[in-house]
Design a protein around this ligand. Structure first.
Ligand code: SF4
Length: 282
């Protein structure tokens, strides 16, 4: 994978599309994603975004936006004013098209520096969205930030299976991500497990019981309706639906989400579905 040191003009982006109903802004400390070559990368909707990939294979590149924290501080006042005027609050989704805690974060600390910048200039609400257990390295700064503004940690765990037939392994194991969610929750951080996109679950009752122990809430999202197309046609072009059907017939159909939602409700009070479910409603 090619790692390139770059700079970004404006790291705060006003949201549109899927995120529009969730937060006023998104913030991507990196462009590209090393997990693009792992299981989550197969169905990742960002791989279909030519503005991000610029013709490169998804998972083959990572641009390190070295000045992300400086860019945040340079634009935060103006963007906060805009958000409070045009939206209900100044809220940030970290991150919408990359993993904020890739293995390279331990070397470059780009996301860490952004979080530290937010301590001085906090948004009203921060949603941290991650597929990586490395998020626990930032529990201290997230905890401090949670005293300055509302913070919510979303950990993606799409299945209890360690693999699907003929697809790559997870970038961060199921076990480690459950542990990470539990540590965030135990640290007092509002924690949501996003089962998104929903993949076939081997033992649904045990899975959602574990979700209930590891987080305050859960959100389920199927690739149909969740990949930016109403019928999941983007994902249908990938190997993901076929692999899902091999282990759980009909799991590539939207009705599977309803079946899993009913199991989830046996174990958790707060169960969200679709884009709206990515925020814990108080
Ligand atoms: S970690 Fe997120 S951005 Fe990266 S490949 Fe997986 S789903 Fe896509």
């Amino acid at each position: 994978m090619k790692v390139e040191l770059t700079t970004v003009g404006k790291v705060l982006t006003r949201t549109s599309g899927y995120l529009d109903s969730l937060t006023s802004h998104s913030l991507n400390p990196y462009r590209g994603c090393p997990y693009g070559s792992s299981l989550c990368g197969v169905g990742c909707y960002v791989r279909h975004n030519p503005w991000v990939t610029r013709g490169r294979a998804w998972g083959s590149f990572l641009e390190v936006r070295q000045n992300a924290a400086e860019s945040y501080l340079a634009h935060v006042s103006k963007e906060r004013r805009w958000a409070r005027r045009h939206r209900s609050d100044f809220s940030i989704f970290l991150a919408s098209s990359t993993e904020p805690f890739p293995p390279q974060e331990s070397r470059y600390l780009v996301t860490r520096k952004v979080l530290e910048a937010m301590l001085n200039e906090p948004p009203d609400f921060l949603v941290v969205q991650t597929h990586s257990s490395n998020v626990v390295d930032q529990v201290d700064v997230l905890h401090r930030l949670n005293e300055r503004c509302r913070v919510q940690c979303n950990v993606s765990i799409e299945t209890d299976r360690n693999d699907l037939p003929e697809l790559p392994n997870h970038g961060s194991s199921v076990e480690k991500r459950f542990d990470a969610a539990r540590r965030l929750k135990d640290a007092g951080l509002p924690t949501l497990i996003t089962v998104a996109p929903l993949l076939p679950i081997a033992d649904p009752d045990s899975f959602f019981q574990r979700v209930a122990e590891s987080a305050h809430a859960v959100c389920l999202d199927h690739f149909i309706g969740g990949d930016g197309t109403p019928d999941g046609r983007r994902t249908r072009r990938t190997r993901l639906p076929e692999a899902m059907e091999l282990v759980e017939p009909s799991s590539s159909e939207l009705a599977y989400r309803g079946r899993m939602e009913r199991v989830a409700r046996r174990h958790l009070e707060r169960v969200g579905v679709g884009a709206e479910g990515f925020i814990i409603r108080c």
